[in-house]
Design a protein around this ligand. Structure first.
Ligand code: ZN
Ligand code: ZN
Length: 660
């Protein structure tokens, strides 16, 4: 009667945590029994639970359970916890568990699982629950699901600060859980082993992962995929591919994992080849596969491939998430199609996260469109999208390309003051690049000396490059010495220094540096350039004579050099001859791989077609100069993406404004 009166006199308030009910619960707990009467699953309160879409609804039902004395029934508790977990209210669910006298194994499992996959999870919370379960051992015994769920919480996740301490805690806990697995006779259970493989793989412990993989009673797709994922994670594509070849069946995850591995290590051709094999095998790609292949297309400047993927996505009505949208924008921008990139950006419905904005900003930056980049950044700000570190790299580099000194300074200052983004070494690098490009070498050097972190090799190389452009030999010598101390085996910068010497006629200095380079010369990377025509990649090495059209290409190049000379081109001999890190020293002018690829493109495409070439090394000064003239002579837009940056040649000039 009292209960009824209470119910009608004062409506139940939604309680975030009904801690005020603790006392009544503890009294009931004492009275509780170890066995409960079965409760009908059709109980009206229970049937209402799964349909509760808000915390307030669940709180109201919870209060009714308390009032009706059902709250300690293990089945009711498990249902309540299940409903709370579905709303990500783990703390509330923890509270229910702590007040349930005899939770079932199912209840434990639900909550351990919820903690292990929660984005805000603390590594320990699943483990603590697991320990509580073990202490309750007289009644409940963990099963394979319990072990798998609690093991899962030891996995490395994106966004975690993966320091040594966290790693050792995670691995220690994983070992403990596996120890329990041995005790329970579940150590070679497939479900448990699969998660263990994933955990060790995520912490780059491939030997341990391999041991679990071998000891497992059986293997399924998940086991193979987890092993491959582990090898991809540590960058060991050799072992990843060995397992991939060996596995009995492959699904979209297997294919996407190896493709993403090749993309991560910059082997875009291999990624593309695997993608074609995947299509032939009949496995349907998903958005992860497309994101990887679009990245590969962007880096190979393979517009046909990229366009094909875009139309496939549209036709197959594949859901475009923000990552995929960003990859599409990035692909168009890097293939020189900034208008198509902007159209894709504007057509994209999802622009709630920073990724598509960053992709578009970077597109404007590489096309040297500083004003558009600044406008976009302001629009992004007005729409309330918080910029991140990548946003500022693009924005500052756009300002650098457009020589927008004041704007860049203001944005750099505002980073930490307004946006709480702490400038990192990449941002300082952008500023050094900006000052260098503007010829403010003193300012650049002073800026470096005031950096809060020690300037690295890239920062000094950037200044050295500025010295080369602005022919500041004295400063170049000083910077060259610093770089040599920082990284004595780095031949690239010493070559740059030799170039600076030879450009100013200091032959003795050039020779001295060159001789030193010979001593430390690292493993030489063969230079290659590639061009895509109708979905086929044609790759050219330095002085290549293996292409079926070799004869025609060389004849074309002979003609081209005559035309270039008439147009006033003078080969940059002295620099090419010492540019040893980039291409073979013995290579004669005109045989550099990008020239072969450009000639092949000019010969095999209709007038007006844009030529897109990708090179694995830095474009040399001579090829850069020649390409500028070729773009004018043949009225062709030529895009060359080299190791360092993107060059868009049009009407005799380049988007990099001769600074790279
Ligand atoms: Zn060259
Ligand atoms: Zn350029």
């Amino acid at each position: 009667m009292f209960i009824l009166q209470r119910r009608f006199s004062r409506p139940l308030q939604p309680l975030l945590f009904p801690f005020n009910l603790r006392s009544s619960i503890s009294i009931r707990t004492i009275k509780s029994q170890t066995s409960y009467d079965p409760i009908s699953t059709h109980h009206p309160l229970l049937t209402a639970l799964p349909n509760s879409s808000s915390l307030a609804q669940i709180q109201r039902l919870h209060s009714k359970f308390i009032v009706s004395g059902l709250t300690h029934h293990p089945f009711v508790a498990s249902k309540l916890i299940q409903a709370l977990v579905s709303l990500s209210c783990q703390d509330y669910a923890d509270f229910i568990l702590s007040t349930t006298p005899h939770p079932t194994l199912f209840t434990y499992n639900i909550l351990i699982r919820a903690h292990s996959i929660s984005p805000t999870h603390v590594l320990n919370s699943s483990f603590l629950l697991f320990r509580r379960l073990l202490e309750d051992h007289s009644r409940v015994t963990p099963n394979q699901y319990t072990l798998a769920f609690v093991l899962n919480s030891c996995c490395y996740r994106q966004g975690m600060v993966a320091d040594e301490e966290l790693r050792s805690i995670a691995v220690f806990e994983a070992d403990q859980i596996r120890g329990q697995g041995v005790r329970l006779g579940l150590d070679s259970n497939l479900f448990v082993c699969n998660v263990a493989i994933r955990v060790y793989g995520s912490w780059a412990m491939m030997e341990e992962a391999e041991r679990v993989f071998k000891d497992c009673s059986s293997r399924d797709l998940f086991s193979w995929n987890s092993m491959i994922g582990g090898y991809v994670n540590v960058g060991d594509m050799k072992h990843a591919m060995m397992l991939f070849e060996e596995m009995p069946n492959r699904d979209v995850v297997s294919w996407s994992t190896v493709i993403s591995g090749f993309v991560q290590e910059g082997s875009f051709m291999e990624a593309m080849e695997l993608f074609h094999q995947m299509q032939r095998s009949g496995v349907t790609p998903n958005e992860v596969t497309f994101t990887c292949i679009l990245t590969a297309s962007a880096n190979l400047v393979a517009l046909d491939q990229g366009r094909w993927i875009h139309s496939y996505i549209k036709k197959a009505k594949i859901g475009v998430n923000e990552r995929l949208l960003s990859s599409l924008i990035d692909m168009y921008a890097k293939c020189g199609e900034i208008v198509a990139a902007l159209k894709t950006f504007n057509d994209g419905f999802l622009k709630m996260t920073v990724y598509p904005w960053n992709a578009m900003l970077n597109g404007f930056a590489i096309h040297g469109m500083a004003e558009d980049a600044i406008d976009l950044f302001e629009k992004m700000r007005s729409e309330g999208i918080a910029p991140n570190k990548v946003t500022f790299i693009s924005l500052l580099s756009a300002c650098s390309h457009g020589n927008f000194l004041d704007e860049a300074n203001a944005y750099f200052e505002s980073m930490s003051a307004v946006y709480w983004v702490h400038p990192e070494i990449e941002h300082y690098g952008c500023m050094v690049d900006l000052f260098g490009r503007a010829g403010l070498l003193n300012k650049a050097e002073k800026f470096i000396s005031l950096m809060p972190m020690p300037p690295d090799f890239i920062i000094w190389s950037s200044l050295l490059n500025a010295c080369r452009i602005h022919r500041d030999v004295a400063r170049a010598e000083r910077v060259g010495r610093i770089i040599k101390e920082l990284n004595p085996e780095q031949a690239g910068c010493q070559v740059l220094l030799a170039n600076i010497y030879s450009r100013s006629g200091k032959w003795a200095g050039a020779r001295k540096v060159r001789n030193e380079v010979e001593v430390f010369r690292p493993r030489k990377i063969p230079g290659w350039s590639s061009i895509e025509l109708g979905g086929i990649f044609h790759q050219f090495l330095v002085g290549d004579k293996s292409h079926p059209q070799t004869k025609e290409i060389y004849l074309f190049l002979d003609e081209l050099s005559i035309k270039l000379k008439r147009a006033g081109y003078e080969p940059e001999l002295e620099e090419v001859l010492v540019d040893v890190d980039e291409e073979d020293k013995e290579t004669a002018l005109g045989m550099h791989s990008e020239k072969l690829a450009i000639a092949f493109g000019l010969m095999n495409t209709a007038p007006g077609t844009v030529i897109r070439v990708v090179k694995n090394l830095r474009v040399c000064i001579d090829c850069h100069q020649a390409t500028k003239l070729i773009s004018k002579l043949y009225s062709r837009d030529i895009i060359v993406r080299d190791r360092v940056r993107f060059h868009y040649f049009k009407d005799g000039s380049c988007s990099c404004k001769d600074y790279w």
